[in-house]
Write a protein that binds this ligand. Structure first.
Ligand SMILES: [Zn+2]
Length: 295
């Protein structure tokens, strides 16, 4: 895999993009990850889902998408996400995710990490974006960014789309907010989104969910041997849950390299002086995923 930086930049840099998609991921995964990160002295960028956890709606997807079922079985989703999570938004009401834990949001920030905007309703975005109206998307951003402001007391600097799903309407709407950069794709290198003019800092390493463990650990460490600038996608539900020991193993592996761990805003600052290509994203089905991602 090629790295994020051009030949002019030989520094080895790794960003940790930690997505929080569920209530349990916030409640249990985030504190666990904070403990692990502090042990290693790594600073990460947390992309939080603010609003309802409608994870249970994923069950509806099983019926419609055989690839999704395969992924759920491979990743042992029952253990990974828990039985209650599997029912939120269907038999159980959807609890709010970050909005339920204002103190925990403060704790993330006071530990030196960054908090950015991931979602209002993560599940509905990833399942329904394409058939929803512009008004629905605008309302989703309004609720989500408002919740972010309530919790963090400032504007978000970045948006990372749920499941790396975006379309051209989304790239129009993000311009209404003071985002300085996006992290919405799985492209191999950073670029400028043609529609919004915003910098894209993609997650350009695969995640545990896609490779399984322990293979994920060795695969990621192997890619890092090439050197360069990378962003690793991490999920609070997984690496902060049943796969925590593999995440620790990965952190230990990274610590023994010369990689510098930087939050995404610092990577953005470094990239600002580089000429980046301006282009449109496209959707691609990546190995180990159940639905296409923007690249
Ligand atoms: Zn997510």
């Amino acid at each position: 895999m090629r790295n994020l930086s051009g030949p002019s930049n030989r520094r080895n840099i790794l960003g940790l993009k930690i997505d929080v998609d569920t209530y349990l991921g916030m409640k249990q995964g985030v504190p666990r990850l904070l403990t692990i990160l502090s042990r290693f002295g790594f600073q990460a960028t947390f992309y939080l889902s603010m609003g309802p956890d409608a994870s249970g709606r994923a069950i509806l997807q099983l019926i419609k998408n055989p690839r999704f079922l395969k992924k759920m079985l491979r990743t042992n989703a029952g253990r990974l996400y828990g039985i209650k999570t599997a029912l939120y938004g269907t038999l159980l009401p959807s609890p709010m995710i970050a909005l339920s834990f204002p103190e925990l949001v403060k704790q993330i920030i006071s530990a030196g990490h960054e908090v950015e905007f991931h979602a209002w309703d993560h599940r509905r975005w990833q399942d329904e974006l394409y058939r929803r109206s512009v008004e629905w998307i605008e309302d989703w951003f309004e609720k989500g960014v408002q919740a972010y402001r309530t919790l963090v007391k400032k504007d978000p600097s970045s948006f990372g789309a749920p499941s790396w799903v975006i379309d051209d309407r989304v790239l129009e709407i993000v311009q209404k907010y003071p985002f300085r950069y996006l992290s919405c794709t799985r492209a191999k290198k950073p670029f400028i989104h043609e529609i919004s003019g915003l910098m894209e800092i993609p997650s350009n390493l695969p995640c545990f969910e896609e490779m399984g463990v322990p293979r994920g650990v060795s695969t990621i460490l192997q890619i890092l041997k090439d050197g360069g600038m990378y962003v690793l996608p991490v999920h609070a539900e997984a690496e902060g849950g049943i796969w925590d020991k593999y995440f620790i193993e990965l952190c230990e592996g990274v610590r023994s390299t010369d990689f510098q761990i930087l939050p995404l805003s610092k990577i953005q600052a470094l990239l600002k002086s580089e000429p980046l290509p301006v282009r449109k994203h496209r959707m691609e089905l990546l190995p180990g995923r159940s639905a296409p991602c923007a690249v």
